[in-house]
Design a protein around this ligand. Structure first.
Ligand SMILES: Nc1nc2c(c(=O)[nH]1)N[C@H]1C(S)=C(S)[C@@H](COP(=O)(O)OP(=O)(O)OC[C@H]3O[C@@H](n4cnc5c(=O)[nH]c(N)nc54)[C@H](O)[C@@H]3O)O[C@H]1N2
Ligand SMILES: Nc1nc2c(c(=O)[nH]1)N[C@H]1C(S)=C(S)[C@@H](COP(=O)(O)OP(=O)(O)OC[C@H]3O[C@@H](n4cnc5c(=O)[nH]c(N)nc54)[C@H](O)[C@@H]3O)O[C@H]1N2
Ligand code: SF4
Ligand SMILES: [Mo]
Length: 752
């Protein structure tokens, strides 16, 4: 879908123009702030650097950090963090408990009373039903130090592996994809690759709305070099798709066929790179059985462009064109997000993207790389790297690997055998077990599951049944309805901690202002909570977040996540450092696994690329057949419902909803519907339209737009008055356990 240069510039200017909002120190009165304190934007995984302007002990302004990767730019969400969000009227400033059970009101109490109320209950549950009956449900928006600490308290202190969190709903398929294709999690590329890529393969990512400042960087790259091509593979014609040279709409959930079809064309037209494959890859199939390259070629040879057209609806010539653009470009970067991860075959889809890079050798060079976009600001640094998920231990270790458990036990100085050998409950299983009464108490931190879990009708009873201790900043969070104890959390720049974004970049948000009212940093809450439930004080000897960082940095020295060189002092001075970074003089790494760039590849290694995270030192090409989504449209439920984001709202809108400029843009949920479908169903703009799935039904005002292809409808999930997740099933990817929020079958009709 080619657009003129002028149209293109106009389209891509959105993020840039809005970023200008941040520059004139919003909210500052005459004279401006007394000081600027360095931090990271509270919102997305782009991880833009910010400077918070402080005056008289209050945050009065925010602007982009010119020294961070965003070069001083912010999108509208980041630029409007201060003052509306921080000083929102409904900030929670005192601890609260429900003395008379779930039906009673939350009452303000002292910290001692709230902590006592929570710890007594957790202790009682552990005494009666064992440590497997308690859980921590965390977040990719929590600080690294908080996640590391909670993980240690649960797995080593309480001996429960029930540590999971919202990255399971988000990045789990990307993690498993990296792990199976390259041996360890986290990407080899960085944002710098955007500046040298000549082909952008954007699949299942609405970058312009979900990662606006990265989109701006992509747009600038395209402006700077006329040969740069953008392919967008998305069933919706999003704003991202509108600047593409080639937008490929297709039947939702058929990416696997499309990606195998591209591989087919690459071999058929001899665009593959045999010497790269020979040197750097092995081939596997099924659960990990070895296979040959010949077998793989035979396997993809079945995905002819014609067959792919039948499955996906993409014209055969477009499959050929995409494959050629991908393979023939001097440097191709793939960018993907939830359209790929939130799928019942999300891990396979990740593998197939990696395959394309491996068979063409579009990898390990500037601009040539697969780069999974991370959603939350600290899903990578905080949760993936610290291993704060039910099956993981820090720095790429696995719970079920005895050697890994022993390494952690020795490091944490607890007896061998302390860490339980079985993994804990992943998110969906966790809430299932809560509903069944097996998990009886949960500590929820920095996430709002009562709005964001799939199949809410099935899982809100879990929150009604279990004892819920929750940290929160805002009164309108849906999950508060189920909380037994609420710990008021110091918000964002009221405390300090590290975020790690998409590109392995760690950056510090420094404390700029004191916590509002009686709110407290969650580090302190977790430490008091742990002492209260009887965790050995020797295990948690920390005074503050910096102490925890010191331990985590030291631990990282032992393995492939080495960031020992990223000291607190450096984090204060510099605006983000990319690991590996083994010593204090190391500038950080751009091309991971590449000799000469990555300090963990020996300088005299015979190969230019060394996948040292994998036992063979090689990457894996996977045979992964196409499989349909869990619940495709059928005769009874003839439409596909997909869900996702809009640029101005963040998830459940507890923060962005407080900003008048953002709220006005998207005040309430709606359903996008194609003009053809609307005509057939006699629906006009603004009509109330019922979406009825096998779980529930709900009415939304119609937005008639060509964004959705015929047969597809889209709803955002930010509106707590329209809990769209009630409509969804809870099917998960078999390997990553990530739910398929992107596809379910629905009826669509006008409300009578
Ligand atoms: N403004 C804003 N930005 C955010 C967030 C936010 O809440 N608001 N949240 C952050 C977080 S945590 C995340 S995870 C990211 C998510 O960022 P994205 O993944 O980019 O956003 P989504 O809207 O969830 O979905 C992306 C696209 O997937 C497409 N899609 C649906 N089905 C399919 C399919 O079968 N195949 C393919 N290829 N595509 C499909 C949808 O049409 C949609 O355009 O955004 C982050 N950034
Ligand atoms: N239908 C549908 N559902 C989805 C998705 C989808 O695409 N479609 N995407 C999934 C994905 S990718 C994600 S990441 C999840 C996100 O889902 P959630 O994490 O549940 O959503 P958030 O609104 O980000 O929740 C963060 C909570 O933390 C609170 N909070 C904010 N700042 C702080 C703080 O500093 N400290 C503390 N303690 N609390 C704070 C906020 O008020 C809010 O209640 O949603 C998932 N659900
Ligand atoms: S792109 Fe993401 S990190 Fe950057 S300012 Fe916008 S919301 Fe914040
Ligand atoms: Mo996410």
């Amino acid at each position: 879908m080619a657009v003129s240069r002028r149209e293109f510039l106009r389209g891509s200017a959105a993020a840039v123009a809005l970023s200008a909002l941040g520059v004139p120190a919003l909210g500052a009165d005459a004279g401006g702030p007394e000081k600027w304190v360095k931090g990271v934007c509270r919102y997305c995984g782009t991880g833009c650097g910010v400077l918070v302007g402080v005056k008289g002990g209050k945050a009065v302004a925010v602007k982009g950090d010119p020294n961070n990767h965003n070069e001083g730019k912010l999108c509208q969400k980041g630029a409007l963090l201060v003052p509306a969000v921080i000083y929102a009227k409904d900030r929670i400033t005192d601890p609260m408990i429900r003395k008379g059970g779930k039906k009673s009101q939350l009452e303000k109490v002292s910290w001692d009373e709230a902590l006592d109320f929570a710890t007594k209950r957790f202790k009682a549950v552990i005494a009666e039903s064992g440590p497997q009956a308690v859980a921590y449900y965390g977040s990719g928006q929590a600080l690294t130090e908080e996640s590391y600490l909670a993980n240690k308290i649960w797995k080593a202190g309480l001996r429960s592996n029930n540590v999971d969190g919202n990255p399971r709903l988000c990045m789990a398929s990307a993690v498993a994809g990296y792990l199976t294709s390259f041996g360890k999690d986290e990407p080899m590329g960085t944002y710098n690759d955007i500046d040298s890529a000549s082909c952008f393969f954007i699949i299942g990512s609405n970058t312009s709305e979900a990662h606006p400042i990265l989109f701006d960087r992509i747009a600038r790259r395209k402006e700077s070099a006329p040969d740069v091509k953008i392919i967008v593979v998305d069933p919706r014609r999003t704003n991202t798709a509108r600047i593409a040279d080639m937008h490929v709409p297709f039947k939702p959930g058929t990416d696997l066929a499309l990606l195998n079809g591209m591989a087919h064309v690459i071999f058929r037209d001899e665009l593959d790179n045999p010497s790269f494959m020979g040197r750097y890859t092995i081939v596997k199939k099924g659960a990990g059985e070895e296979a040959t390259l010949e077998e793989y070629k035979r396997f993809v040879s079945e995905y002819t462009p014609e067959k792919v057209r039948e499955i996906t609806g993409v014209p055969a010539e477009d499959v050929v064109k995409m494959a050629r653009m991908f393979a023939e470009s001097p440097a191709t970067i793939s960018l993907w997000c939830m359209g790929i991860n939130q799928r019942s075959k999300g891990v396979w889809a990740n593998n197939l993207i990696h395959n394309l890079h491996l068979i063409t050798g579009q990898i390990g060079r500037p601009g040539a790389t697969p780069l999974s976009l991370t959603g939350q600001p600290n899903a990578c640094g905080g949760v993936r790297d610290t291993g704060s998920l039910a099956h993981l231990l820090p720095a790429g270790r696995m719970v079920e690997n005895e050697k890994h458990r022993n390494e952690m036990e020795d490091f944490w100085k607890v007896p061998r055998g302390t860490i339980q050998p079985k993994m804990g409950f992943h998110t969906v299983a966790l809430f299932e077990n809560m509903a069944a009464g097996k998990v009886q108490a949960v500590f929820i931190h920095c996430t709002n599951p009562a709005q964001t879990l799939p199949h809410l009708n099935k899982y809100t009873p879990a929150l009604e049944k279990a004892f819920v201790a929750q940290t929160e900043c805002f009164m309108d969070a849906e999950t508060l309805k189920y909380a037994d104890v609420v710990f008021p959390a110091a918000f964002w720049c009221e405390t300090e901690g590290v975020y790690g974004c998409t590109e392995r970049r760690y950056a510090l948000t420094e404390q700029a202002i004191p916590p509002l009212g009686n709110s407290r940093p969650v580090i302190q809450v977790l430490l008091d909570f742990a002492r209260g439930v009887g965790v050995d004080p020797a295990l948690i000897p920390y005074k503050n977040a910096a102490d925890i960082w010191e331990e985590w940095r030291t631990l990282s020295k032992q393995g492939p996540y080495n960031f020992y060189g990223i000291t607190r002092e450096r984090l204060k001075k510099e605006s983000g450092i990319k690991w590996p970074c083994p010593d204090e003089t190391h500038p950080g790494t751009n091309l991971r696994y590449v000799r000469g760039d990555d300090p963990l590849v020996p300088k005299d290694h015979p190969n230019r690329i060394f996948f040292y995270g994998s036992p063979t030192g090689k990457a894996t090409i996977w045979l992964r057949p196409h499989q349909p989504p869990f619940e495709p449209a059928d005769a009874d439920y003839p439409f596909v419902l997909t869900t996702g984001r809009v640029i101005d709202q963040w998830h459940t809108a507890t923060m962005t909803g407080k900003v008048p400029e953002l709220h006005r843009a998207y005040p309430a949920a709606f359903v996008e519907i194609n003009p053809e479908d609307a005509k057939k169903l006699n629906i006009k703009n603004g009509d109330q339209v019922i979406l009825e799935t096998r779980r529930d039904k709900m009415a939304f005002p119609a937005r008639i737009t060509d964004t959705c292809m015929p047969g597809l409808v889209f709803c955002p999930f930010f509106d707590k008055n329209k809990l769209v997740n009630r409509l969804f099933h809870d099917a998960v990817d078999a390997a990553s356990k990530e739910p398929e929020y992107k596809i379910c079958a629905t009826k669509v009709y006008k409300q009578a």
